[in-house]
Design a binder for this molecule. Structure first.
Ligand code: NAP
Length: 312
């Protein structure tokens, strides 16, 4: 087993590897085709392979696979001695308007995970009808009660994150993380100030969809587009437009003893100071994504990738 150097999650005492594993696909039939393209055994193998590579940080949510993702994690946690950091999320559904809703949701998540407390609990979206302030205060109470080790948010703008940080700070609780969409094909966090605000406030930016749902692996082309929901999201014309960037990822990877486009794309996220959580449906993908660690792109390579992504 190799052990990547760990880093601190925000200003907490929680240590995580520089890359985690996203588990949205674990049990999700609608978007990711669980049960047809990959099975429960593939997921178990992905977990074991990730942990063997020292990837001990897993991101889930109550909504992933309608709870199946959390249940997979319970099963897998029972089979390892290795300390694992688990992040899950509260989904502010429109009918969840009372403070008790987050407590109840957490209780169900903990039950599915088989845990007494969770390392990181994130508010999934800054959605109405309740204000972000309302849910952040409620989250702070869960931290004070010891049910949650660290407080996080997701899909929050820089401004919403500043407010969440300030609210928690009055109770002496750090805002540990903001999980947002960030990849070479989605650089909004760089442009809207979220990445800068994270760095300024000591908040970890957790980058979701860092492979742009598989596109940055280079395996999808106009001739071989992804199926299912992704076929509506990413047109053939878009796949054509990203070809030069994929070519550059491949070329740069060759200069780093044959790193794959996916590994280079994940390393780019790490070089930007964020923690990518690529999804892995099987052991091969988990091992491959762990190969983004233990080396680093040069500043010139990061710049060249920035330039290529700017042209898309
Ligand atoms: N907070 C939020 O609102 C939010 C939203 C989205 C995601 N997330 C989190 O972020 C995680 C990752 O995002 P994501 O799953 O949307 O996208 P992603 O990590 O960019 O892409 C994951 C997909 O790419 C393919 N893949 C991954 N590694 C590969 C490899 N080494 N070689 C070839 N193919 C590979 C797999 O799908 P195929 O094999 O089918 O191509 C996999 O399911 C999620 O699991 C979830 O935990 C959070």
């Amino acid at each position: 087993m190799t052990s990547p150097q760990t880093l601190t999650l925000g200003n907490t005492d929680i240590r995580i590897p520089p890359l985690g594993i996203g588990t949205w696909a674990w049990g999700d039939r609608f978007f990711w085709n669980y049960g047809r393209e990959y099975t429960a055994d593939d997921i178990r193998a992905a977990f074991i392979a990730a942990v063997e590579e020292g990837i001990t940080f897993f991101d889930t949510a109550e909504v992933y696979g309608l709870g199946r993702s959390e249940q997979f994690l319970q099963e897998m946690l029972a089979q390892t001695e290795t300390p694992i950091v688990i992040a899950t999320k509260f989904f502010p559904l429109p009918w969840r308007v009372r403070k008790t809703a987050i407590r109840r949701a957490l209780r169900y998540s903990l039950k599915r995970l088989g845990l007494a407390s969770v390392d990181l609990y994130q508010i999934h979206f800054p959605w109405p009808p309740r204000s972000t302030d309302f849910w952040v205060r409620a989250l702070g109470e869960l931290v004070e009660e010891g049910l949650v080790r660290a407080a996080g948010v997701s899909n929050y703008t820089a401004e919403q994150m500043h407010r969440a940080h300030a609210i928690l700070q009055t109770r002496g609780i750090p805002l540990a993380s903001n999980q947002v969409h960030y990849s070479l094909l989605h650089r909004k966090p760089e442009r809207d100030g979220t990445l800068n605000a994270c760095q300024e406030l000591g908040i970890t930016l957790i980058a979701y969809s860092p492979l742009e749902m598989g596109l940055l692996t280079g395996k999808y082309t106009p001739e071989n587009p992804p199926g299912g929901v992704r076929s509506r999201r990413y047109s053939r014309a878009y796949l054509e437009r990203i070809r030069p960037l994929i070519g550059l990822l491949r070329e740069i990877g060759q200069g780093h003893s044959g790193k794959t486009p996916a590994q280079v794309a994940l390393n780019w996220v790490i070089c930007k100071g964020a923690v990518p959580i690529p999804g892995a449906k099987n052991a091969r993908q988990a091992v491959s994504n762990a190969g983004a660690l233990g080396w680093r792109l040069t500043d010139n390579e990061v710049q060249a990738l920035d330039d290529a992504s700017d042209k898309i």
